[in-house]
Design a binder for this molecule. Structure first.
Ligand SMILES: NC(=O)c1ccc[n+]([C@@H]2O[C@H](COP(=O)([O-])OP(=O)(O)OC[C@H]3O[C@@H](n4cnc5c(N)ncnc54)[C@H](OP(=O)(O)O)[C@@H]3O)[C@@H](O)[C@H]2O)c1
Length: 289
């Protein structure tokens, strides 16, 4: 097989997905960007000022819609196989569990987990025939550790990582490699697209946590990684003849990963509890000033 691959990336209208698509297209691969709202993307693309049209084609589908995904992927497969699938579409739902509406929690899993299942299912039969395919699932370092206010997002990413790691061994005999990517904080549209239904509840029992989210939303912090660099790292994975089981992007993710490998769980638990208590106290005091 030639080294040029046909690659489908979901949620490629911004952030990690878009930057990965751009890197892969520049490397000479045929890239298909799965985008649910092409009009929104068109505006965004123009605002970037990088030429009149992007160097990839667009398939319009929402990963939560089995009907749309089936129709678009069916059309794509009529014109040739997909060698690499990058399951990237996702968003963050944040807030304390008791204040999260059930339908929002389920919606988080619909996109972050079931979206991956929908798209993967549609491509697996043709990928098994190819016997030389790749699936790269974008999870998160929060699919390995957790944060307060992240019960929805973290559990959805733990599910993605668990699914992905099991799939790796089921598909290995069929020549399909699976890799779980665990980025740390990446500067994308993620915070702008975050859903925080409890953000106005600043006085209740979880008020200090909600104020913590509100201040986190305003900045990305020194340890965050630019989207372009993250896209370059994901694109570089596609070139590998052997995909690693998991791969981290960003100093923060690498540091957290190393810590989880070195320290006993009881120490990590203690550090997290102390850190959370201090932040909660600080945030409570901010409110009384
Ligand atoms: N940024 C971070 O710090 C970070 C860290 C770890 C992991 N991640 C993961 O990286 C992935 C990409 O996120 P990002 O940081 O690049 O954020 P982003 O800029 O918001 O990109 C996410 C993309 O996913 C699309 N999307 C969301 N729901 C979709 C659906 N149901 N169907 C199709 N497309 C959908 C969005 O489309 P619209 O434009 O239409 O909303 C958007 O283009 C996500 O899975 C995220 O969880 C991000």
């Amino acid at each position: 097989m030639s080294t040029e691959r046909r690659i489908l990336i979901t949620g490629a209208g911004s952030g990690i997905g878009l930057e990965t698509a751009l890197h892969l297209a520049r490397m000479g691969h045929e890239v298909i960007a799965g985008i649910r709202n092409p009009q929104k993307f068109e505006k965004y693309w123009k605002s970037r000022g990088e030429g009149s049209i992007p160097p990839f084609s667009i398939a319009k589908f929402d990963v939560t819609s089995q009907r749309e995904s089936k129709s678009q992927i069916g059309k794509l497969l009529k014109t040739g196989p997909i060698h690499t699938l990058i399951n990237n579409a996702g968003y963050g739902l944040y807030g304390c569990f008791e204040e999260l509406p059930d339908e929002d929690f389920r919606g988080q899993f619909e996109t972050n987990l079931f979206g991956i299942l929908n798209v993967s299912r549609l491509l697996l039969p043709s990928m098994r025939e190819l016997r030389n395919a790749q699936i790269i699932n974008i999870s998160s370092i929060l699919g390995r550790v957790v944060l307060p206010t992240g019960s929805a997002y973290c559990s959805s990413k733990w599910a993605v990582s668990g699914f992905s790691r099991s799939l790796r061994y089921e598909l290995a005999p069929h020549g399909i490699q699976v890799c779980t990517v665990e980025p740390g904080l990446i500067r994308t549209e993620f915070k702008a697209n975050m859903q925080v239904p409890s953000l106005k509840q600043l006085q209740g029992p979880y008020g200090p946590f909600n104020r913590m989210i509100a201040s986190e939303l305003k900045q990305y912090g020194a340890f965050s990684t630019p989207a372009r660099k993250a896209g370059k790292k994901v694109a570089a994975l596609v070139k590998k003849s052997r995909l690693p089981a998991s791969y981290r992007i960003g100093m923060d993710a690498k540091l957290v990963y190393a810590t989880t490998r070195i320290l006993p769980e009881s120490w990590l638990d203690f550090a997290f509890k102390i850190g959370t208590k201090q932040q909660f106290k600080k945030s409570s005091q901010t409110n009384t000033k």
